[in-house]
Design a protein around this ligand. Structure first.
Ligand code: SAM
Length: 289
């Protein structure tokens, strides 16, 4: 069955036809229409709302030629999110509160947040550690996977971020499960160790990437055999390929991935991802005996 797409702008209009499954064609078509101005796309006989995000600006950082694919990735992410992730007042309000407070928009995407949530549930995690809270968006996804007697400890350097996160987590009804610790993560991790507040079943590393190799060491210290460790943003538009990078974010990420591969207590892999957050990826590891 063909799907008719009508795209309009203030100055012109166009009608194109494509099959419902041909999202690549569909994205290309809208991409071509973009120079027409603030084109609005409507789809008849098709439920996708992904077209709306065709109009979002691309965000690739290191390789400008990736620009041409960003619109497509964003559209597909939007389709996946609209289809698989249901409207959620607490998460939507958290995003709004983050924006209003001027927090950087560097939270995980909705489909990534749900992936974290599903991994935590599949793993039946009861104790979760997160390094890098921001406004608590990923915290909410993860905390929702916990049983009523579970606990999530999340570490945040910036007091303003932590304050916004606390309000978001409270609105989501999760305050009793979440402990936000404010300060440099390296200090908080040492405190958790001193307090014997471990082991954690799942650890999500998503703070300052230059410190990821050290966070990994702490994560292993705070783990048990079977603990899952996830690290975000390990591809960075492919910049991790550069062994001579002088960017501490890139070299820290590269060292992190290398240590995941060589540490005797870890089995790990990493996946490249594309989506609304550009070209990046995550690593996942399990702690052995
Ligand atoms: C990518 S954001 C976290 C996003 C969050 N996990 C989410 O998806 O909603 C990284 C956060 O780590 C925090 N951060 C940076 N350096 C830190 C440090 N040394 N210790 C603790 N937190 C740090 C930043 O302030 C920022 O809020």
């Amino acid at each position: 069955m063909n799907t008719q797409i009508a795209a309009r702008s203030a100055t012109t209009a166009a009608i194109v036809v494509c099959t419902p499954l041909d999202f690549g064609h569909l994205a290309m078509t809208i991409h071509r229409l973009r120079p027409l101005g603030e084109a609005q796309a409507q789809v008849s006989n098709c439920t996708t709302t992904g077209l709306r995000t065709q109009l979002a600006p691309p965000a690739t950082r290191h390789y400008p030629h990736l620009h041409m694919n960003q619109d497509l990735w964003t559209s597909v992410d939007r389709f996946l999110t609209d289809t698989l992730i249901h409207p959620d007042q607490a998460l939507d309000e958290a995003m709004r509160a983050n924006r209003d407070a001027g927090l950087p928009a560097i939270d995980v995407a909705p489909n990534q947040g749900k992936l974290l949530h599903l991994v935590a549930r599949i793993h039946k995690a009861k104790r979760i550690l997160e390094v890098g809270t921001l406004g608590g968006y990923s915290t909410i996804w993860l905390a929702r996977a916990l049983p009523p007697d579970g606990k999530l400890v999340t570490l945040e350097l910036n007091p303003t971020h932590a304050q916004v996160a606390a309000a978001n987590i409270n609105r989501a009804g999760l305050s009793s499960l979440v402990d936000i610790r404010v300060g440099p993560a390296l200090e908080s991790l040492a405190s958790l160790h001193e307090e014997h507040a471990f082991p954690f079943d799942l650890i999500f590393l998503d703070a300052d990437k230059p410190n990821n190799p050290v966070y990994l060491e702490w994560a292993i210290k705070l783990s048990r055999p079977g603990t899952v460790i996830i690290g975000d943003n390990v591809i960075r538009d492919g910049a991790i390929l550069d062994p001579n990078s002088t960017d501490p974010v890139v070299s820290g990420t590269r060292t992190f991935v290398e240590r995941l591969g060589t540490h005797p207590r870890l089995d790990a892999t990493a996946l490249q991802t594309v989506g609304s957050r550009g070209y990046d990826g995550f690593a996942i590891a399990i702690v052995n005996e």
